[in-house]
Write a protein that binds this ligand. Sequence first.
Ligand code: SER
Length: 313
Amino acid sequence: MQKILVTGAFGLVGSDLVSELQKKHGNDQVIALGRQTIDGNFHGILEQGDVRDYAAMEALIKKYNIGTVYHLAGLLSVGGEKQPDLAWDVNVGGLKNILDLAKDYQLKVFWPSSIAAFGPTTPKHDVPQHTSLEPTTIYGVSKVTGELLCQYYFKRYGVDVRSLRYPGLNGYKAAPGDGTTEYAIHIFYGLIKDNAYTCFLKEDARLPMMYMDDAIKGTIALMEAPAEKISVRTSYNFAAISFTPGELVAEIKKISPDFQISYEPDARQQIAESWPQTIDDSRAREDWGWQESFDLAAMTRALYEGVKAKLQK
Ligand code: SER
């Protein structure tokens, strides 16, 4: 049987996706490719490598008879601004390698785009599927480029590549990293460790968000949908909830009424302001039945329990 390769397996999404794929298909069917942040407690097939290395990726595809790739390896918005050249090489070069291999080895591919593909000229509310894409971060530029590459490889070579414009994704399995939306994860570490947090965005910075379990459910549903249902080959708008730091804090105070919040917006606030606040994802709902399960209250409770259990280990 053809196996599944997950690149970026120990990142924000990979840390949840790999275990879900293992549950569905068996530990021996999923190959986790990591590089810098490999989890020492990982159970499963582990490989180390760099998605920029075409020959190494080709060797992996052959070694394991790979049929599907979830290509998650990439830098996020804040990390990308620290190292723009690296962000381009990994995000665009890595994707190009996987798409070239998909063409030659008939691979099915998932690749995440992001709300970062949008920019200041995009409408702020209910962003339609087809809209202005003029991002101001190198991360966003790499996502728009990637979306167009995916569509090109589908149209030119018939590569079955599918994609979602992820909103801010909030999970607890991976350590929170270099994303603008990730205040919404860091805040739970502040809550549990100090009952306090200093937020790097303004109180009213509204952004599209989603609980990780919903993102994983949507990602797998997209990949399992019949090909004729997929009408978008750039990347689908994909949404669940939108909230501000202030609204998240109000939810957290239902758990811990004494929680102390302060706001010290920095350069990440400018990134947040360049992105829309709400997204119209009706194409995903119509085409392949997307429906989220977690609202803000349910997400808050799940993150609180998850981070607390993690920190008590
Ligand atoms: N969560 C990402 C970031 O903030 C957006 O895709 O960089």
